[in-house]
Ligand binder design. Structure first.
Ligand SMILES: *Cc1c(COP(=O)(O)O)cnc(C)c1O
Length: 364
């Protein structure tokens, strides 16, 4: 009998859905000004470093972390203003919680409904888990196409609908009335992903009391703690109890628990950071609006979507990287994003460098 080749084994063993995928690509950034991933550009404030390290000194790395991270969960719930009866489930980044939800709802033939373009992990994780992905294009103004979304709900009865609000990569909040209409009509769960809440100032959290099918997702990644990997899902305890069964034990490391707890004790500093980024965003938006050959869109996030003239996005993206600045080229990922670059708001100096480099490239 012939021994199968490795390629044959891969084809015979790995699920076709996985083989058909491309891995989530993170481009190399060493030595580059990193404005591609919506990180907070400011490191941990210097005066907090010593007390934080002191706290870490007490961690017993030979022991498992607290399994439910109760103390941290309670602190996050207080800070977020989670209503009574509702709770919060912690994830190793909100990505892990998206995966957990999909795992729990992936019955045979189940589907996930997404506006497009939106956060790429919704589709990627759903496909990995064998869920059908139904995408409905956003309107040209990046608003939700409510009639089309309602029709898709009717037709596909999605188990889950993911709405990133504000939306990545279009940077806008969806109209509250549109969100309400979709949540009210959803046959399954609706996850409103508020990863950019600190830069938006509007939340659907109070609606949890109205809509049993609503869950809210948040993360510490965009406010300055991307390296910790901590996200949380807010919802009714009855829902969370089910999801918790599929969570891997000890998913939040001791170092993350202690560090996040410490960060929450200094929540005023995180809030000040977000406020500073919103101010820098206003300056950046104004500077970009002065570039005549580009269109800049309003932003409720810590990034900005910029549309260049035909044929320019890929060229300028490459030229910026040559000049040492890494941004995200979203041209080609969806027709609505033709010739668009996604720019993370950096420090004031980084934003100036970015605008100067863009002006040079666009000969403005
Ligand atoms: C960045 C981002 C996340 C990722 O969050 P992590 O907590 O870092 O996993 C989730 N949702 C949206 C819409 C994002 O843009």
């Amino acid at each position: 009998m012939n021994t199968p080749s490795r390629a044959e084994r891969i084809e015979g063993l790995v699920r076709p859905q996985i083989r058909a995928l491309n891995a989530y690509h993170v481009p190399p950034a060493t030595g580059l000004l990193k404005l591609d991933a919506m990180e907070n550009p400011h490191p941990w404030p210097g005066d907090l470093e010593a007390p934080w390290l002191e706290r870490l000194r007490g961690v017993q790395l030979n022991r498992y972390p607290l399994p439910q991270a109760d103390e941290l969960a309670a602190a996050l719930a207080r800070q977020a203003g989670v209503p009574p009866g509702f709770g919060l489930l912690l994830g190793n980044g909100s990505d892990e919680l998206i995966q957990l939800l999909d795992i729990c709802l992936a019955r045979p033939a189940a589907s996930v409904l997404l506006p497009a373009p939106s956060f790429s992990m919704y589709g990627l994780i759903a496909r990995v888990l064998g869920l059908e992905v139904v995408e409905v294009p956003l309107r040209a103004d990046f608003g939700l196409d409510v009639p089309a979304m309602l029709a898709a709900m009717q037709q596909h009865r999605p188990a889950l609908t993911y709405l990133s609000c504000p939306n990545n990569p279009t940077a806008n909040l969806f109209a509250a009335a549109d969100l309400r209409a979709l949540i009210a009509a959803a046959p399954g769960l609706v996850v409103v992903d508020e990863a950019y809440f600190p830069f938006a100032g509007r939340s659907v959290l109070p609606w949890l009391l109205e809509f049993d099918q609503l869950l809210v997702l948040r993360t510490l990644s965009k406010v300055g703690l991307a390296g910790l990997r901590l996200g949380y899902l807010i919802g009714h305890r009855d829902w969370l109890r089910e999801f918790d069964k599929a969570r891997l034990p000890y998913n939040i490391s001791s170092l993350t628990q202690i560090s996040a707890q410490f960060a929450l004790e200094h929540a005023d500093r995180l809030a000040a950071e977000a406020a500073r980024i919103r101010e820098d965003r206003a300056v950046l938006l104004q500077a970009l609006a002065g570039i005549s050959s580009a269109t800049v869109y309003p932003s409720d996030t810590n990034f900005v979507l910029l549309r260049l003239s035909p044929g320019q996005a890929s060229r300028v993206h490459g030229a910026l990287r040559e000049a040492g600045i890494l941004v995200k080229n979203v041209h080609g990922s969806h027709p609505v994003l033709a010739e668009c670059l996604r720019l993370t708001v950096g420090t004031a100096a980084e934003n100036r460098a970015l605008v100067t480099a863009l002006r040079t490239q666009l000969q403005d």
